[in-house]
Every structure is written in C-alpha cells, then in structure tokens.
Design a binder for this molecule. Structure first.
Ligand code: NCD
Length: 319
C-alpha cells in the first residue's frame, strides 16, 4: 500500500493525487526546477533521466492534450510510455475487471501510472492498491493537480510571485477540477484574492469554499463581468463541463453564460493581465482574443510540458 503522504520536500516515489499534499516550499522546489527542463525541451536535447522506466498512461476519459503532454514529457526524459486510452473498450475493463485489478496489472509492467478517470477519488483508490506512484491526471470533478502546478507556475513565471496576487476564475467552478486544484495551490500563499464568476448553479462546491475560507486567501463571489476588478493579474476562464451534466438543457442554458471577448478585455482588462484557460475551449473565449498579447493559454500549455518533465524527474529520476 502506498502512503498517500505529504510531499515534504521529497517527491521521490510519491503519488501526486491532490494539492492537499503540497506546502509552499514544495511548489517552490518545482518552480526552481522548471527552467532546466525548459532548456532541455526547447533545445530538443536527449536525456536519460528516465532511461529504463516505463510509465503507463491509463486514461478512462477522452484526452489528447494532457495525454500528449505527459507522453512528450516522459519521452523527452528518455522514458517509455505504455499508452492505454479508453480501457473500457480496449482492455479487460470491458470484461468487468475492477479498477484495482487493472491498476495492479499495469503496476507490474511499469514504474508509475498516470491516470485519468471519471470518478472523484479513484486516483486515491488506485494509489492504495499498488506501490508504484500514481499521478492523478484528473479524477471526475475532483482534482487535476498537475494542471494546477503548471497554472501556478505560469503565474509565478509571469509575475515573479504567487502571493499578493489578484485573479478572476470564470465558468464551471462546480465541476471544473482544474479550478479546485488551482484554488488550493493559490491558498498556500498569503494574501491572494480570487474573484469567482459563474452561473448560480455552477458555483464552487460548498465544502471547498469552507475549506478555503480557513486559509489566508480572500474569495469574492461576483455575478457579472462588470464586477471584474480592473487590476487583476490573471483571468482563468474555463469550459462548462458538458460531460458532468445529467440535464443537457441546463448545460445549454449555462455553457456560454460568460464569454471572453475583445470588448470585455478592453472594458475590464489592464495591460499586464494574462488570460489563462486549461483548454480545450468550446466557444467561451472568442478566437479573435488569441491575437491579443495577453492571451497566454498556449504558452501556459507549453509550460505544462516543462512542469511535467520537472515533476517526473523528481518522482522517478535518480536523487
Ligand atoms: C481540463 C480537464 O480535463 O479537466 N483539461 C485539461 O486537462 N487541460 C479542462 C477541461 O477539460 O475543461
């Protein structure tokens, strides 16, 4: 059984399941490591850091960017990926195999498992079943820790700090696991102020709101774009998570409640602002916004590659 423990300054062999495992100093360790991997990746330099390691990517939900980002990160470090997408259709899962049995199978073939699943809490279940590190690449509406790590790194890279930061989070705050993890990450640093803008039915889950209210972070729920503070450091726009809706009419009603347009940017933006989105977008950021130098989402995505390299080097690389 793997210990679902705090990182405590040492990533070696650890599961990455939730931002609850992290302290400020763990994030700082990662931030310091990223530039080295950026240099490797930008120069396409070969690396042997993960030589000999096979990492399974087990993805129960559609994914191309996160799947590709991990694939690229592991390959660039000299590791090999065992890719399993849609195990419900291609593997013994289709025969009714339990999650635990599937995980034990791939744990016996590989040094670590990157897993994306539909059920909140299943990455933790997987971690309890085996000794190899499990990296949660999104568990239902729960968390998406590596996305939050690359998001907060992007804020750090741009502003040189992750405290005294003002941000706006927009869209599906109820179901958006990247939002949940990023808020937890930001709450580790003092004096951040987050404005939360979503349709009434898609507000942040109450339990998370309560948990965050104990931290040194201000949260302000707003109901209209007009309340977006003009001195924000970042806007973090998100997609309304269609796959989480039982009632598709409710999805249709809410999906484009808030759209980022050049006009809104002009009215509420400032010149140093960055526009973030975990992607994919489905109409909630107009494509004409891409031409604006403040559109940061593709850069943010490239940071994900560097960050995942740094993370894997720390989990599996030699000390
Ligand atoms: C996000 C996810 O899967 O939670 N995508 C991603 O990993 N970049 C966000 C989303 O799908 O809306």
């Amino acid at each position: 059984m793997t210990d679902i423990s705090k990182i405590n300054g040492d990533f070696s062999g650890k599961d990455i399941l939730s931002l609850d495992q992290f302290e400020q100093s763990d994030l700082q360790l990662l931030f310091q490591a990223v530039p080295e991997y950026k240099n490797l990746a930008d120069a396409n330099k070969p690396s042997t850091i993960l030589a000999g390691h096979v990492v399974t990517e087990l993805f129960y939900e559609p994914s191309s960017r996160t799947f590709g980002s991990f694939f690229s990160a592991i390959s660039r470090l000299g590791g090999t990926v065992l890719p399993i997408q849609n195990p419900e259709t291609v593997s013994s899962v289709a025969k009714g195999e339990t999650l635990e049995d599937t995980i034990k199978t791939f744990a016996s073939y590989s040094s670590a498992i990157v897993m994306r699943s539909k059920e909140t809490g299943s990455a933790k279940r997987a971690a309890l079943a085996v000794d190899v590190p499990i990296v949660n690449a999104g568990d239902g509406t729960g968390e998406h820790p590596t996305q939050a790590l690359l998001d907060i790194y992007t804020i750090f890279e741009k502003f040189g700090k992750t405290s005294d930061v003002k941000g706006v989070m927009v869209g599906d705050l109820r179901n958006g696991r990247t939002v949940h993890s990023l808020l937890k990450a930001l709450s580790l640093f003092p004096n951040n102020h987050m404005y939360l803008l979503s349709p009434q039915s898609l507000q942040l889950p109450k339990e998370l709101l309560q948990e965050l209210s104990k931290k040194d972070m201000m949260l302000t729920q707003i109901t209209s774009e007009k309340e977006i503070p003009q001195d924000a450091h970042f806007w973090y726009w998100t997609r309304v998570q269609k796959e989480r809706f039982a009632d598709l009419e409710e999805y249709e009603r809410t999906k484009h409640a808030f759209i980022l347009t050049p006009k809104l940017l002009k009215e509420r933006g400032n010149k140093n602002l960055i526009l973030m989105h975990p992607l994919p977008r489905v109409g909630e950021i107009e494509e004409t916004v891409d031409e604006d130098p403040r559109a940061y989402y593709f850069k943010q995505m490239r940071n994900g590659l560097y960050l995942r390299m740094a993370l894997f080097a720390k989990i599996l690389g030699k000390k």
